[in-house]
Ligand binder design. Structure first.
Ligand SMILES: [Zn+2]
Length: 244
């Protein structure tokens, strides 16, 4: 690009997306005189899902703003907690975020997840069709115009990913109400009616407490329960009252 030169300043939260030499202070960018500010920001590496307010010489503008020579642009981070207008808050996770999806479901958060790689176009279409917030570490996916809403997942550690999503979107938490395997709602189950689905040792030792109404999976307080309960307790302590 070889047109009007503008100066951009990125919020510290966005520095992860831009090269080191563009961090810190204002950085000069030559635009083409016809691209939108949203496009310019994206072309510098920042997904628009992560950009909050855009200020030109101190006044808010839309992503459709066409920058003019000499403008000073401030790119802020999204405000947390982030309100997603429209449908009830629900999510769609890409193929790399299976562990995060199961953690979110454990807390009762609606988290659809494709265990097979259906491709960016299909994921984006699904996000739009079901009005789900697309979660991904793939910036290319988040740039797709079709997605309903999206968020970049900053960490590659599940614990940090979960905390990030809960802090950012403040979803209502309802632990032990959703199937971690398929995202379906759990219903009450009694031992007699699910007997044939249990191993003998399980029958003797554990109390069944729920069954998935979608896939039929049975939940009981077994070997993994203490570990899962610890995850639930920690999340509820920190985020359980956030959306009340
Ligand atoms: Zn299920």
């Amino acid at each position: 690009m070889n047109g009007p030169e503008i100066h951009l300043t990125f919020a510290p939260e966005l520095h992860v997306f831009v090269p080191a030499w563009r961090r810190g202070g204002p950085t000069a960018v030559a635009t083409d005189g016809s691209s939108t500010l949203g496009h310019v920001v994206e072309s510098l590496g920042v997904p628009l899902t992560e950009a909050g307010q855009l200020l030109v010489d101190g006044r808010p503008v839309a992503t459709s703003h066409i920058p003019a020579a000499g403008e000073s642009v401030e790119v802020r981070a999204v405000v947390r907690p982030q309100h997603v207008p429209g449908a009830p808050l629900r999510f769609l996770l890409d193929v790399h975020l299976g562990t995060l999806a199961r953690r979110m479901r454990l807390l009762g958060v609606d988290a659809a997840y494709e265990s097979e790689d259906i491709g960016d176009a299909a994921l984006a279409a699904l996000s739009a069709k079901e009005q789900r917030v697309m979660l991904s570490r793939d910036r290319g996916l988040l740039r797709r115009r079709e997605i309903w809403a999206g968020a970049y997942i900053y960490s590659d550690r599940t614990e940090d990913q979960l905390r990030d999503v809960l802090e950012r979107f403040a979803p209502v938490l309802a632990p032990w109400t959703r199937c971690t395997a398929c995202n379906g709602p759990l219903g009450a189950a009694d031992k007699d009616s699910v007997e044939d689905r249990l191993e003998q040792g399980t029958q003797r030792t554990y109390d069944v407490f729920a069954q998935c109404t979608a896939c039929g999976r049975v939940y009981w307080r077994g070997a993994h329960h203490a570990r899962l309960a610890a995850i639930v307790d920690e999340a509820m302590r920190e985020f359980g009252g956030a959306a009340a």
